[in-house]
Design a protein around this ligand. Sequence first.
Ligand code: EPU
Length: 421
Amino acid sequence: MDIYRIRGGKTLSGEVQISGAKNAALPVIVASLLARGKSTLYNVPDLQDIRTTIRIIEHIGAKTEFDAEKNLLTIDATDITNGEVPYDLVKTMRASIYVMGPLLARCCEADVSLPGGCAIGARPVDIHLSGFEKMGSTITLEHGTVKARTKGLTGATYKMPKISVGATINLLMGASLAKGETVLENCAMEPDVVDLGRFLIKMGAKIEGLGTERIIVNGVEKLNPVEYTIMPDRIEAGSYLLAGAACRGTVTVTHAVPDHIRALIDALTAMGFTLSETKDSVTVAPGRSLRGLLVTTTPFPGFPTDLQAPMMSLMATLPGISVIIETIFENRFTHVPELLRMGGDITIEGRSAIINGVPKLLSAPVMMSDLRAGAALVIAALAAEGESEIRRIYHADRGYEKLCHKLQGIGADIVREKGGM
Ligand code: EPU
């Protein structure tokens, strides 16, 4: 397994070009299955999760071509069948449950291995399943596989008991080809959901209320294959801004959407950093007097849980006390023990982490436990004094395109090496 070797303490400076958004590309790729024919997707990031999704849709009959250098993916979904998506693929990526919407809509049946728990929490899929039941499906669980059957999805009104990005996405896909009107309430308002909705509308879907908590879908008989460009990755953009801030550098993220990371921009400003933006870029620069902050993760437009761990690494370097309250996932502090190894002063109390900033983090061998925890360790190592070795970096490969290359481009001393545990 490869490792990252990072010599910290360098001041980062320069521009990072942001890639297409993983969490928008995943549902858009799967939604291509809703139309017979060939869709062309641009700005698809070359990531492990994208490659897994491509394998999944090929498994159910799609023909794909991925030009990773050009970030160009074509998907021919003329013939798809309900080939059970095996556990080996599902267990590496929970978003595989997304195939349920298109399979039910086009084949009236879907067999998907039930995703288990994951490093950040139990993450059930009950909201996806009750939504499909409301829309006229029967669902059973047999030997670890969810089996959904329908005589044809029908429109329904469904208020999701909790805001869920994944369930909103799955039901939006199903509703687009269902008979009649579907009203989804308590929807996720994340830009990724909006990007998927725009893709569906381009395919011919009738959707109103995207980006609000109430989405109304009037089902159509068929959707058409289209060309579409995936939006920029707000979590990647946020992670590079946090890396810049932690190293007290001046870093600009380009090809980004400032409004997608407004909560982060506001938090960094409140901490005393200097932020500036254009229509598609954001720059962070050090401020005169930096201070800790209280940050609570909430659904969009609140502070994203996916930036919680990277934010904690920055907080560990700020004067004073910071607090993070994680309200989305129940077990998303696995980076804390590793940050402690690097000299961080952090205490966990239930869903809160209390971070007492230290003058300098110190290098240490550390291990990634999931994607965003991984980004947090990279940021901490960049800010720390000395040479850190980061293991299990396959987690970062799931969600950060050309991480090493992009960081080197802004002056980081980071190399990827073969070997390690
Ligand atoms: N939940 C349920 N039942 C469900 C679905 C969700 O109880 O049927 C709970 C979850 O356990 C969690 C909360 O609802 O406590 C929110 O989960 P959500 O469904 O919104 O998360 P997700 O769709 O599984 C997506 C992103 C995550 C991101 C979350 C929250 C993708 C592929 N994943 O997950 O991204 O953290 O939304 O914003 O879009 C990442 O990129 O590293 C990542 C984990």
